[in-house]
Write a protein that binds this ligand. Structure first.
Ligand SMILES: Nc1ncnc2c1ncn2[C@@H]1O[C@H](COP(=O)(O)OP(=O)(O)OP(=O)(O)O)[C@@H](O)[C@H]1O
Length: 459
């Protein structure tokens, strides 16, 4: 129990606790940043870019056929085959392919050749009838400046990717060229989207009330349904009332707006990352960093003799060795610190005391709670801005999915920070990035028959 937590540790962890007052300040800044992102004049200098996705139509259940999907942008790269049929029939086959580290940070053309190769292997393995080009949706979860559903320029790499020759290029063109170079498959790229959009679409397929998609996985990001008139950079069909906006809120704070709440651990994470100075909000939240924040705190406190009698293992001193899944394991412990002891053993800490266990758990709780509260603040900004009275939020990502309290923490805090007349619910949007890509492709194909289109329903 927390009574065993050393008073000094509680004191040391205080900077990780955020009051509602601090969260409200942050929300005001986030709201301003989003409005700056949406407006034509302020977008170029805005930290939160609010990219227009060109997705204006929800799935309506009439989509039929087989669709391919690619999912790039997190821990795994996947190729998927999705079949949509009568009565919400849904079938999916997928395969995970590795993107070796040297390709993640190598040449862009090599990355796209690798993707095309995996795609061709998948198509052959599944004996897909390839006389006619197969429709494909591409989930590409990096900041993308879109000018249409099938045209988008990479703004910057995030989350461990850093391939040369891709920034400011049209990613769909790079994919098409790589497919063409192979000469062995015919693919029709029907849409490019972010995993947040996929999550929203996939949730909307089941629940038409869905208006926000959020990811707490490797990275953290959210999209929402905005009025076309507010999305000043939108250059598509203005007869439809709504368009999905990909906020790319992970970059919030890159102008210093988070400095008051960032800790020394956050500054160190940032300095040691592939993209220093960038994605500061994301770095306080997502799975790529959460375990590392905990590790930095543990090392710092052990060095002050406040943990493990000052003894540290080599593993514990190793960057990246404390995975975010450990945070879930430790907090999932019931009473006797069984999981905590197991984790600490795996980290080379052999005989921690029960007080050590309580302290390590407390550190995990502070870091994961802060993460959930920061996401909640962002969600409350979107809910208050949209001002729709009832909203379903589709959520995906391993942190949300596997952390034992994340959902509860998010619902609780979002409620506290949202206008009292707004009702919302949060649901896991299973496999949004794969399913959503197929749905975007399916809706694009569906809408070639104009009589079947239906935009987001108005209030
Ligand atoms: N049990 C767990 N509890 C909490 N976090 C976890 C758990 N398992 C994995 N993670 C973290 O989740 C992250 C991977 O998230 P996810 O599986 O959603 O990937 P992703 O879809 O590739 O991410 P993104 O959509 O942000 O690109 C990793 O950083 C990992 O540390």
């Amino acid at each position: 129990s927390s009574s065993a937590v050393r008073v000094t540790i509680k004191e040391d962890c205080k900077p990780l606790l955020l009051s509602n007052e601090q969260l409200t300040t942050l929300m005001n800044d986030m709201d301003a940043a989003i409005r700056n992102g949406l407006a034509k004049d302020t977008n170029p200098s805005s930290i939160v870019k609010c990219y227009v996705t060109y997705v204006q139509d929800l799935p309506n259940g009439t989509e039929r056929g087989k669709f391919l999907a690619l999912d790039l942008g997190g821990t795994n790269f996947r190729v998927l085959l999705i079949e949509l049929g009568e009565n919400n029939y849904f079938h999916m086959d997928s395969e995970i392919f590795k993107v070796p580290a040297h390709i993640q940070t190598g040449k862009g053309t090599e990355l796209f050749d690798h993707i095309a190769k995996c795609l061709a292997e998948f198509v052959k393995k599944h004996n897909l009838d390839n006389k006619k080009a197969l429709p494909l949706g591409f989930t590409f979860s990096f900041p993308l400046r879109q000018v249409g559903l099938t045209k988008g320029y990479l703004n910057s790499w995030t989350k461990g990717f850093n391939c040369s020759g891709v920034v400011d290029e049209d990613v769909v063109r790079l994919l098409k060229e790589a497919i063409k170079r192979r000469k062995d498959v015919e693919i029709d790229v029907c849409g490019i989207l972010n995993d947040t959009t996929g999550t929203l679409m996939s949730c909307a397929w089941k629940n038409p009330n869905t208006k926000i998609g959020v990811i707490v996985g490797t990275g953290c990001n959210a999209c929402y349904v905005e009025k076309v008139e507010n999305a000043e950079l939108f250059d598509g069909d203005k007869t439809k009332p709504y368009v999905i906006v990909n906020t790319e809120w992970g970059a919030f704070g890159d102008d210093g707006k988070l400095d008051a709440v960032r800790t020394k651990y956050d500054r160190q994470i940032d300095e040691d990352s592939l993209n220093p100075g960038q994605q500061r909000f994301e770095k306080m939240i997502s799975g790529m960093y959460m375990g590392e924040i905990v590790r930095l705190a543990i090392v710092d406190l052990a060095n002050q003799n406040k943990l493990f009698e000052g003894r540290l293992s080599e593993q514990m001193k190793t960057k990246g060795a404390f995975g975010t899944s450990y945070v879930s394991d430790i907090e999932g412990d019931k009473a006797n610190y069984k999981e905590t002891l197991k984790v600490l053993n795996e980290m080379g800490i052999n005989d921690p005391s029960l007080v050590d266990c309580a302290n390590v758990r407390y550190i995990c709780e502070c870091v994961s709670r802060r993460s959930a509260h920061l996401v909640s603040a962002g969600l409350a900004v979107l809910l208050n801005k949209m001002d729709e009275k009832s909203v379903t939020i589709g959520v995906d990502g391993s942190v949300y999915r596997f952390h034992p309290y994340f959902h509860k923490l998010m619902v609780e805090k979002t409620k506290q920070l949202t206008k009292s007349d707004i009702k919302f619910d949060m649901m896991l949007s299973e496999d949004g990035s794969g399913r959503g890509a197929a749905l975007v492709a399916a809706v694009a194909v569906r809408d070639e028959l104009p009589s079947m289109t239906n935009g987001f329903s108005a209030k």
